[in-house]
Design a binder for this molecule. Structure first.
Ligand code: PLP
Length: 395
């Protein structure tokens, strides 16, 4: 049986472009190009040149300048660095001005990934004021709700560009305007949006954005924080001073090269066509799944809607828990997820689904299907046929 992979939001298969690009940087026979990019010898300089090419490619694909790209070990690190680094720098500046009693204020949405929420909780436990803004029923955070949460001491607002569980796209450019008007800085976790819509530091007006290679066909363990030049930032990882002193640690050049190749392929000329293709598949999936009795869409994603990512489908199935659904689908040859891969070992319903008003019983019965570049119409028919078999197990 041909297996169907429908868990691209958890991770995308390594793309051919990334695999080929990295081949030259892996294996003992390639030691001459796999040197430390900070070494002065010929091999080191070659590695440095490859790293800088990769940096330029990531800059091009995010509307930034090469010196605004800080490579990290992934988006978890990029998100942590953004929250701790920007809030930390703001607090330090104010303290240096002698305002010892200043309490920084951070705003995040309640549907952020844990890579943003956990740092926010940590800061809160250390005395930073944190406001958690709730989304509407569609999983969308309004600029008005951010405006009313802003305070004179707000230093940073972090709102994800697209949600990883239900695919809702946030009006980040509009939010950034409101945030800047209040004198605060804006970060966006663009992990799920990158490669599925245009993501630009300039276009979205944010000061910082996080991306990850493995969500777009690059290798795992590499990502970037794209930080607008001049943004006050207190590095979290201290050491050898790599990445312009903003993120120490010997650089993963092979990973960067693979990341750059994947990013170029995923965000290049064909982006719009590929997005339209995936959106059609998404609509077919929603239509096909919701035609089954007891199946409800988690969000009101109408056919053709651009308010939701083109590659994420979230439904809940009355009376069938996520774990049961995942295992049955697996037996039927389809790999997919429940609420979100990151919390799949938890028996608690996803907090994102709770936040958008889905009751506990329904939330526990949620299925996330996420598609990608190699998903075909035939795969969509295969998923729907498998779903019919999955449901007949019960009856
Ligand atoms: N942010 C979002 C929205 C994600 O979906 C993920 C991955 O699941 C992350 C951050 C963390 O990314 P990484 O796996 O690169 O650490």
């Amino acid at each position: 049986m041909k297996r169907i992979y429908a868990d691209w939001a958890a991770t995308a298969p390594l793309s051919q472009e990334a695999a080929l690009a990295m081949e030259a940087f892996s294996g003992p026979e390639n030691i001459t190009v796999n040197a430390n990019a900070n070494s002065l010898h010929t091999e080191g300089r070659r590695a440095f040149a490859a790293m800088e090419d990769a940096r330029s490619a990531i800059a091009r694909s995010t509307g930034a300048r090469p010196d605004e790209v800080i490579f990290t070990s992934g988006a978890t690190e990029a998100d942590n660095a953004a929250i701790f680094g920007i809030v930390g720098a703001a607090a330090q500046t104010v303290r240096q001005r002698g305002q010892a009693d200043f309490v920084p204020h951070l705003i995040v949405s309640s549907i952020e990934h844990d890579a943003v929420l956990q740092p926010a909780h940590r800061l809160e436990s250390e005395g930073v004021e944190v406001t958690y803004v709730e989304p509407d029923r569609r999983g969308i955070v309004s600029p008005a709700s951010i405006e009313s949460a802003l305070q004179p001491n707000t230093v940073l607002v972090s709102i994800m560009l697209a949600n990883n569980e239900v695919g809702s796209i946030q009006p980040v450019a509009e939010i950034a305007k409101v945030v800047h008007a209040a004198g605060a800085l804006m970060h966006t976790d663009a992990v799920q949006a990158f490669g599925k819509m245009s993501v630009g530091l300039d276009a979205s007006g944010v000061d910082a954005l996080s991306i990850s290679a493995h969500k777009i066909g690059g290798p795992k363990g590499i990502g970037a924080l794209v930080l607008k030049s001049g943004t006050p930032f207190l590095p979290v990882l201290l050491g050898g001073g790599q990445e312009h002193g903003l993120r120490s640690g010997t650089q993963n050049v092979a990973g960067m090269v693979g990341f750059a190749a994947a990013a170029t392929a995923a965000t290049g000329e064909g982006l719009n066509e590929e997005v339209n293709r995936q959106r059609n598949l998404r609509d077919m999936l929603y239509e096909g799944l919701c035609a089954f009795e007891g199946v409800q869409c988690s969000v009101p994603c109408e056919s053709g809607s651009k308010d939701f990512l083109p590659n994420i489908v979230s439904v809940n199935v009355a009376g069938l828990e996520s774990e049961t659904l995942i295992l049955r689908f697996d037996r039927e040859g389809v790999a997919l997820a429940g609420g979100s891969a990151c919390s799949s070992h938890s028996l608690e319903p996803s907090r994102v689904l709770k936040q958008i008003g889905i009751d506990r019983d329904r939330a526990l019965c949620t299925l996330r299907i996420s598609i990608g570049r190699s998903t075909t119409e035939e795969d969509v028919h295969g998923i729907l046929a498998a779903f019919e078999r999955v449901l007949s197990w019960q009856r």
